[in-house]
Design a protein around this ligand. Structure first.
Ligand code: ATP
Ligand code: MG
Length: 447
């Protein structure tokens, strides 16, 4: 059925008396509702403050990108490109498009397209939804969210270390415990080439334990085999030749500088020679922050250096390094540790018994809000505002500290009655509407 017919049918359905069928969200894609969304905002706020301290600037790129960006950037023989992308054709011109499965490629594309690196490096960060067609489970969704940091145009190990320290500062800020850092070096392409041959020879000797994916990838992209989650293959993966043993002096020195900066900052880490990443674009430093408290979805943040990606997508060569963290996993870990976020506090609830008082009352509320007061206004039911009693009930339920009563008598005198709902014993004061800007601060929480 073409789209036009679908739209037509929907319209017909909505105009008939028959009750429309309930629609629900796409499998693996979540609504983030209050009060849960308050936890998201808190995390995002902490990230913004942190990024400012490290002088990373915000970048926002489109959610839809040309499919070629990911095929070329991430590598054809990767889980994401082979099986996980939401790709479609543009209806009008047939262009191959994809919902972004990650955002490093998009950020690099934007930096190249707008010549962001013309006078040196750029430190950037982003937040937003990503899309991968995976089997939904705890910590693994089809629409999920990443916060990412990318330092483009910097080749030195100090920036790798800066990024790792920055992520660690975020865990500290959030009070996240039980997170450990694993780090490895993937060396340079020539070193990888030597390791590749050794890797193929090793896996060929154990061909009987390789699964279908591994068999297919053995000669296409053997490094990918190290990333396999198949429990039956872990033994051979463990015994495979280590890339670390193939590194030359320069690559080793790079890793050593990263780790000595971490040492000087008292950060603990494990060098994990088996650590590889799911995308082809990485070289030298790669790292993951992992926790044992989220089952098999234990990686909360992952990244590394990708010095060849810019060239690969058509830009001038520029070294770069970055990480991306899974927001859902970080929040799940926080919840696991029982860090609670109190619901957003309301300073005052506006009680308006008669609709005729609304114009003056709402003018007053605007002044209060402009002066920093959080005000929840009672909403009526199409003209009728509801009894005083029912409005007070709502005010109580809202958790507000004060009720602002805009009754007929008050309005006639140009005042509002302010009643304490939480502390004091229902003490009441009367304030001039015209002077709202002056008494506004007396309603605010002392936080
Ligand atoms: P995994 O090995 O768990 O599949 P990945 O290597 O595919 O992760 P990256 O592409 O490096 O993950 O993305 C960085 C982070 O984004 C991950 O460490 C994880 O926290 C998060 N992430 C990745 N895929 C998902 C998903 N489908 N749902 C929720 N979070 C995800
Ligand atoms: Mg994955």
């Amino acid at each position: 059925m073409d789209n036009f017919k679908i739209i037509n049918n929907c319209m017909r359905e909505s105009t008939t008396a028959r009750k429309a069928e309930k629609l629900s969200a796409v499998k693996g894609m979540n609504d983030i509702l209050p009060p849960e969304s308050a936890r998201w905002e808190k995390l995002e706020c902490a990230v913004r403050v942190l990024m400012r301290r490290y002088a990373y600037e915000n970048i926002r790129t489109p959610i839809v990108e040309p499919t070629a960006l990911f095929v070329r950037g991430l590598g054809e023989v990767t889980d994401i490109v082979e099986k996980e992308m939401y790709s479609f054709e543009d209806r009008l011109n047939g262009e191959a498009l994809t919902l972004r499965p990650e955002n490093t490629a998009g950020v690099v594309r934007a930096a190249v397209e707008h010549s962001l690196l013309y006078n040196g490096g750029k430190r950037l960060y982003y937040m937003g939804p990503m899309f991968r067609h995976e089997r939904p489970q705890r910590g693994r969704y089809r629409q999920f969210h990443q916060i990412g940091a990318e330092a483009l145009g910097f080749g030195g190990a100090e920036v790798d270390a800066e990024l790792i320290l920055m992520a660690n500062a975020l865990w500290r800020e959030l009070g996240l415990a039980d997170v450990s850092l694993q780090i490895n070096s993937l060396g340079q392409p020539d070193e990888r080439q030597l390791h590749r041959a050794a890797l193929i020879a090793h896996f060929e000797r154990h061909i009987d334990v390789l699964d279908e994916d591994a068999n297919r990838r053995l000669h296409l992209n053997p490094l990918r085999l190290l990333d396999s989650k198949n429990p039956h293959m872990q033994g051979v993966i463990e015994a495979a030749p280590r890339l670390l043993d193939f590194l030359g002096a320069t690559s080793k020195a790079h890793l050593r500088l990263v780790t000595s900066i971490l040492d000087a900052n008292g950060m603990s880490y494990v060098i994990n020679p088996r650590l590889v990443r799911g995308m082809d674009y990485y070289n030298l430093t790669v790292f993951e922050f992992v926790t044992t408290r989220l089952g098999s979805q234990g990686t909360i943040c992952a990244g590394g250096r990708y010095d060849y990606l810019t060239e690969q997508i058509g830009g001038k060569p520029a070294p770069a390094v970055g990480w991306a963290m899974g927001v859902e996993r970080v929040l799940e870990l926080l919840e696991e540790q029982n860090t609670t976020t109190s619901p957003a506090a309301v300073d005052a609830y506006a009680i308006v018994p008669e609709a005729s008082a609304l114009p003056l009352a709402m003018a007053c509320l605007e002044i209060l809000r402009a002066n920093g007061v959080t005000v929840l206004m009672h909403a009526g039911t199409g003209g009728a505002m509801g009894s005083m009693k029912s409005q007070f009930k709502r005010a109580d339920a809202s958790g507000a500290r004060f009720a602002l009563v805009f009754g007929e008598d008050e309005i006639a005198k140009g005042v509002v009655a302010i009643k304490a709902l939480r502390d004091g014993d229902g003490a009441q004061v009367v304030r001039e509407l015209a002077a709202a800007a002056e008494w506004a601060s007396s309603l605010q929480l002392a936080t």
